[in-house]
Ligand binder design. Structure first.
Ligand SMILES: Nc1ncnc2c1ncn2[C@@H]1O[C@H](COP(=O)(O)OP(=O)(O)O)[C@@H](O)[C@H]1O
Ligand code: SF4
Ligand SMILES: [Mg+2]
Length: 334
């Protein structure tokens, strides 16, 4: 397991990541004003609270535009929060990232566009050797052996090292991307839609691989998906996002069996068999993040909306048994 940076020795109960009321506002031109220099703030994340325990597997789920990728960028230290605090082992993520290579070594990313994330001019072996060299994981003479081990760990033969990504299938490229992410011996793996766009059987093989690696290596896994089936198969915990905020979290099985937030219930209803990814937005008008309503941001689409929902913006509160929900009138357990 990875060495910690000085001063970051983690207590077992300390979360790996903690987000405390994180806001991320992007300055954008208002719609229809392409020639104006005026910008308005778009809150991609708006009051996000999240704790990720060491060794946990967490699925971040939500429709397109709900802020999932922005949340990952904040966790990776690629975007600084505009407000609030984003912590890794109780220290600000931005500070950790700037302090040296320990953070980047410990928190590895599998990109959504696995093919695009690997230089097409490099063969697979060279692509995996890059992080091994950059972080000084093994002496130069041991690099070929380590590449073969990493390929084996993701179910690829050693001769894949001599091939180029252009000649590999979608599933093989994702395996190479996972091998490359594991090269730095991280304790945290972060993946954005890492299995989307693949046929069902390739997806199932990759999910099996990720689940096995997470358990065998004790990795903390953060997995973005718009597919509840993927979330329930791979992750013990789920965080459901809506318009820049986490609206429900808890054990995946419990949340999906009896969602407490009406939005989670609507997602669940849209994918009753756990096999259909969320491709279509749910019915009803999604407010623009540039013009959020007062009160609950889901009120315009919520079948349970009451008068107070138009006034009060619900906070994420405890809902028993490790669950949290941001709703004034949560659904009861059946
Ligand atoms: N770099 C950026 N500049 C301006 N707006 C952005 C930027 N990145 C994301 N957004 C906006 O922030 C919101 C959340 O985006 P994103 O995090 O990509 O959502 P998701 O990954 O859930 O689809 C969207 O409204 C998106 O248009
Ligand atoms: S607070 Fe009200 S409008 Fe918002 S999700 Fe709950 S019931 Fe629906
Ligand atoms: Mg995204």
């Amino acid at each position: 397991m990875t060495d910690m940076a000085p001063g970051t020795a983690a207590r077992p109960e300390q979360p790996v990541f903690e987000l405390l009321d994180v806001e991320k506002v992007f300055q954008v031109r208002p719609p229809g004003s392409i020639f104006s220099r005026r910008t308005v703030g778009l809150p991609a994340l708006d009051g996000v609270r999240l704790k990720v325990r060491r060794g946990a597997s967490v699925a971040l789920v939500g429709e397109s535009g709900s802020g999932k990728s922005t949340l990952l960028r904040v966790l990776l230290g690629l975007d600084e929060p505009t407000n609030g605090r984003a912590l890794y082992n109780a220290r600000p993520i931005g500070e950790m990232r700037r302090a040296g290579p320990a953070f980047a070594r410990d928190v590895a990313m599998v990109y959504q566009d696995a093919r695009g994330s690997i230089d097409p001019r490099m063969n697979v072996g060279a692509a995996i050797a890059e992080p091994l060299r950059h972080f000084g994981i093994v002496p130069p003479g041991e690099i070929p052996g380590r590449i073969a081990e990493l390929l084996d760990r993701v179910g690829l033969s050693p001769d894949t090292a001599l091939r180029y990504v252009s000649g590999l299938s979608g599933g093989q490229v994702r395996r190479v991307a996972i091998a490359r992410a594991l090269a730095s011996e991280p304790s945290v793996l972060v993946a954005d839609e890492a299995v989307s766009g693949l046929d069902v059987s390739t997806q199932a093989q990759l999910l099996n691989l990720l689940r096995r690696l997470q358990r065998e290596m004790g990795l903390t896994l953060l997995f973005i998906t718009h597919d509840l089936g993927v979330a329930s198969y791979l992750c013990e915990e789920i965080a459901i996002m809506y318009l820049g905020r986490i609206v429900e979290t808890g054990p995946t099985d419990a949340v999906l069996a009896a969602p407490a937030h009406p939005y989670s219930a609507a997602l669940r209803k849209a994918a009753p068999e756990f096999s259909a990814p969320i491709t279509e937005p749910l019915p009803g008008e999604i407010p623009s993040p540039l013009n959020l309503p007062k009160g609950c941001r889901f009120a315009g689409r919520c079948p349970r909306a009451a008068a107070d929902c138009r006034d009060v913006d619900p906070e994420l509160r405890s809902h028993g048994a490790g669950r949290m929900v941001a709703c004034l009138h949560p659904l009861d357990a059946p």
